[in-house]
Design a binder for this molecule. Structure first.
Ligand code: NAD
Ligand code: ZN
Length: 307
């Protein structure tokens, strides 16, 4: 049962994100045994003492980036990575303990959410109440993939109208980056993926063309430069691969380009790059959950979708 300032929810729908798979492959650090899953919609079943922002019956989205509204990132206008979020893999709720056991043995939480379960317990600061009419099987994606990708383009990258964008990786998150670039008014959006089966969906959500690195012998940054006659204005790495992180950086304009790193960095790996790539003026940034302040912004994104 939920303790003080905690909420127990019944999961209605959950998506699968590559980050869950990173845990299974050992490239994302967390404690085992663990219940993964972090992209879901549920309904509040019961609340602990002192919970004031949700009540039983409310439709909610669990938030892997919490919003305590008190820490420095929460109070900063440009911050969103609440210090109570469990990006580093503590595997426990805010009070330092877990709510899951199996045969008397402790089971850890993942990203404070653990949605591959019929019921889960969340800290109140990691719960967003959403529109009751929102379809769970669709809006569960606002718990990670959609909000992350869309925010990476409109909020972190700040894509401008008429610009050219390149998106490396066309999974759930990359497709959402494309939607963000499109809604920001980009005139050319180039999707890049090894798997050509991803191209049809990418074109349907707004890519203007798609290419596979398998069709070229030269680096994709050079291919993009030839395709555009110059370079792209914005590039997004949405895979989590060290080589494509550098390729994405090289792909954006050497002087005023912006590259956003969205793919999760593999555990304990380092990058080596030529600092001249930044010296000339490029901006290299990253974002978790698209830069959104989760409790404030997720309900608005869902309402926007419903409209
Ligand atoms: P996904 O596996 O569905 O999509 C990745 C795509 O990249 C696939 O289509 C794959 O074919 C393609 N790909 C793989 N290697 C490639 C290469 N070398 N060149 C070109 N294409 C290649 O993954 P997803 O669920 O969309 O997540 C994407 C990444 O974003 C993951 O690393 C995930 O952990 C990360 N992520 C980050 C955040 C965040 O807050 N920053 C949130 C969610 C997911
Ligand atoms: Zn995710």
């Amino acid at each position: 049962p939920p303790k003080a300032k905690e909420v127990r929810i019944k999961i209605l729908a959950t998506g699968i994100c590559r980050t869950d798979d990173h845990v299974m492959k050992g490239t994302w650090g967390t404690k085992f045994p663990v219940i993964v899953g972090h992209e879901a919609v549920g309904v509040v079943e019961s609340i602990g003492e002192g919970v004031t922002t949700v009540k039983p019956g409310d439709k909610v989205i669990p938030l892997f980036v919490s919003q305590c509204r008190e820490c420095k990132p929460c109070r900063h206008p440009n911050g969103n990575l609440c210090i109570m979020s469990d990006i580093m893999g503590r595997g426990v709720l805010a009070d330092g303990t877990t709510r899951f056991t199996c045969k008397g043995k402790t089971v850890y939480h993942f990203l404070n959410t653990s949605t591959f379960s019929e019921y889960t317990v969340l800290d109140e600061i990691a719960v967003a109440k959403i529109d009751d009419a929102a379809p769970p099987e669709k809006v569960c994606l606002f718990g990670c993939a959609f909000s992350t990708g869309y925010g990476a383009a409109v909020k972190t990258g700040k894509v401008t109208p008429g610009s050219t964008c390149a998106v490396f990786g066309l999974g759930g998150v990359g497709l959402s980056v494309i939607m963000g670039c499109k809604s920001a008014g980009a005139s050319r959006i180039i999707g890049i993926d090894l798997n050509k089966d991803k191209f049809e969906k990418a074109m349907a959500v707004g890519a203007t063309e798609c290419i596979s690195p398998k069709d070229f012998t030269k680096p994709i940054s050079e291919v993009l430069s030839e395709m555009t006659g110059d370079t792209v204005d914005y590039s997004f790495e949405v895979i989590g691969n060290l080589e494509t992180m550098i390729e994405a950086l090289k792909s954006c304009h050497m002087n005023y380009g912006t590259c956003v790193l969205v793919g999760a960095p593999p555990l304990a790996k380092m990058l080596t790059y030529d600092p001249k790539l930044l010296f000339l003026g490029r901006t290299w940034k990253g974002c978790v959950f698209g830069g959104w302040k989760s409790r404030d912004d997720v309900p608005k994104l869902v309402t926007d979708f419903m409209a």
